[in-house]
Design a protein around this ligand. Structure first.
Ligand code: SAM
Ligand code: SF4
Length: 343
């Protein structure tokens, strides 16, 4: 992919939705594939999309660039597992021009860590400063049970490599009833001891999986209450425009985040939209409505139709989601898996 440093983004009107929320954050899923099969995310036997349906790396760059021209300041590359997409570093390399021009504040990635040892230095070279690594347990057997196919040692090596290359690492852990519920404190002291923040995530009802969601669901209010018996948690005022709320753990000095889409409403400050690897734009993680950007993207080399489609999509961004995990209704609130929309 060529470096298009010379093409400075043109100033345009920022994207603002009907509820006056400026869209400044785009999450991009670059693949629906993954080398793991986490029990809360995928069924073991997943059918993946045919390659022709995926946006090419050049197309992904084009869409991201239009969003940046229209006011997006932060890009997160995700998946599926983004680092298993072939030649993915060329996308980071080409997007890094927007960091150099100052049009973009941050380029980040969410990864399962399996490929980090290989790519940490490249990521740094392409302007990435922080990565989120998903890790739900430090017990190798439990790790294998949760991810089905993952190898904990490889992920830990990846985290070492990331920190060694100078990346700031945040650990994301999904709180799972009866699985890692007794390990949250261990994860926290381990992460904080290595200078990494930890964010806990509640299981969201996305996509059909083998297990009943209510069997996995552990409300973070309970986790917090338990931690508070032993630790002093001081609320931080930080707002990211997303569902995370942060506390400082006074005893460790580290930051702990809680992502509670089911027990808290965070929608009023939502600043983000999500692009799937096939070019569907989801205005809300918890709703089915999406806009097709692949068709306008492929219709012409110019970006006019693409921009129109984006504007039209943003004008439909809903006020909020309506997730529920209901014992009587064992259906996902949203039929697509997290690996499709990108976490
Ligand atoms: N493969 C990468 C990873 O695992 O970090 C990126 C994609 S993954 C879909 C992004 C995040 O979504 C991960 O932290 C994962 O734990 C989380 N996730 C997946 N399915 C989820 C669900 N049903 N509820 C809550 N979080 C989920
Ligand atoms: Fe793969 Fe991430 Fe989903 Fe786990 S959570 S199966 S690593 S996409």
């Amino acid at each position: 992919m060529s470096d298009r440093t010379a093409e400075a983004p043109r100033a345009r009107l920022p994207l603002v939705d009907p509820f006056h929320r400026a869209i400044t954050y785009l999450r991009v899923s670059v693949t629906d594939r993954c080398d793991f099969r986490c029990v809360y995310c995928m069924a073991e036997d997943m059918t993946f999309l045919p390659k022709r349906d995926l946006l090419t790396l050049e197309e992904l760059d084009r869409v991201c660039t239009v969003f940046i021209e229209r006011g997006v300041r932060k890009l997160r590359i995700t998946g599926g597992e983004p680092l298993v997409r072939r030649d993915i570093m060329t996308l980071f390399e080409s997007l890094s021009r927007h960091l150099r021009s100052g049009a973009l504040d941050e380029l980040t990635v969410t990864t399962n860590g399996s490929q980090l040892a290989r790519y940490a230095e490249d990521l740094v070279r392409h302007g990435v400063r922080r990565v989120n690594v998903s890790l739900d347990t430090l017990d190798p057997e439990k790790f294998r049970k949760i991810t089905r196919w993952g190898d904990l040692a490889k992920v830990l090596k990846g985290i070492d490599a990331a920190q060694g290359a100078g990346l700031r690492v945040k650990i994301n852990a999904v709180a799972l009833k009866g699985t890692n519920e007794d390990e949250i404190e261990t994860l926290m002291t381990w992460a904080h001891g290595r200078g990494m923040d930890l964010t806990l995530i509640e299981v969201m009802p996305l996509g059909e999986i083998e297990t009943h969601r209510a069997d996995q669901f552990l409300p973070l209010s309970a986790v917090r209450a338990r931690l508070q018996e032993r630790y002093t948690l001081e609320d931080l005022d930080e707002r990211t425009g997303g569902p995370a709320r942060y506390v400082r753990v006074m005893e460790t000095g580290g930051k702990l985040g809680f992502i509670t889409p089911l027990t808290h409403n965070f929608c009023e400050s939502c600043n983000r939209v999500r692009l799937t690897c096939t070019g569907q734009l989801f205005m809300c993680l918890g709703q089915e409505d999406a806009a097709d950007l692949r068709t306008p993207l492929r219709l012409s080399e110019g970006n006019e139709r693409l921009e129109q489609a984006i504007e039209e999509a943003i004008s439909r961004k809903p006020r909020g989601h309506d997730f529920v995990i209901d014992r009587r209704r064992n259906r996902p609130a949203v039929s697509r898996h997290m690996s499709v929309t990108g976490g």
